[in-house]
Design a protein around this ligand. Structure first.
Ligand code: C5P
Length: 209
């Protein structure tokens, strides 16, 4: 079987996005940031002034998403991430989005998917799985520098508190909580940085091919 799936999970701001894009480019694969699917669902509800906790309604929105037109720039904002982690606790929303994610992942020649439950739920048979993490302090610092770098203003302590809150919501939910798959390779980017993480991942993918 030449169809390649690379699964990348981990908490917010651990470096999953950069690593996924680099791996997709290196191996000529598609890339799906599954967080965007939860964000787009939440944003559609927010835009229409609809509640975030009506499971049937949110699942209808999720089923009607077009994964080929997810606009990262409007989905990146902090409030949308917060709202996304609220809709992401609802099993019917997850079922709808996981189905769409699996369809996308089936596109030849293969896909790098990043999220929270790729190795555990969405693609348990992936060729290779990574769990990318870093200390909350390092992740908050990276997010802070990203915002400052874009000319914005940010409060480091506030970012850290928000990250911890989102980690807790993602890890403690009953449906598909954030956790490493038993067969995932752990990459802690606290000290090694994202470039070194990419090198380490590349060596492991080459060995798995
Ligand atoms: O990764 P990102 O910050 O864009 O994800 C936003 C939220 O979507 C996460 O906090 C999480 O609650 C949810 N999510 C999820 N499963 C995924 C990807 C994201 O529950 N595979």
């Amino acid at each position: 079987d030449t169809h390649i799936i690379i699964a990348i999970d981990g908490p917010a701001a651990a470096g999953k996005g950069t690593l996924s894009r680099r791996l997709a480019a290196r191996y000529g694969l598609h890339h799906l940031d599954t967080g965007l699917t939860y964000r787009a669902t939440a944003k559609a509800l927010l835009d229409r002034g609809l509640p975030l906790d009506d499971e049937g309604l949110a699942a209808d929105v999720a089923r009607n998403l077009d994964l080929s037109s997810l606009d990262r720039s409007v989905l990146a904002v902090h409030e949308v991430g917060e709202a996304a982690s609220k809709v992401a606790v609802m099993p019917k929303v997850r079922r709808a989005l996981v189905e769409a994610q699996r369809d996308f992942a089936a596109t030849a020649p293969g896909t790098v998917l990043d999220g929270r439950d790729i190795g555990t739920v969405v693609c348990p048979d992936a060729l290779i799985k990574f769990y990318v993490t870093a200390s909350p302090e390092v992740r908050a610092q990276r997010r802070y520098e990203e915002i400052i770098g874009q000319g914005g203003s940010a409060d480091l302590a506030g970012i850290l508190a928000d990250l911890k809150k989102r980690d807790a919501r993602d890890s403690e939910r009953t449906d598909s909580p954030l956790k490493p798959a038993p067969d995932a390779h752990l990459l802690d980017t606290s000290e090694m940085g994202i470039e070194a993480a990419f090198e380490a991942a590349r060596v492991l993918v080459d060995a798995a091919l």
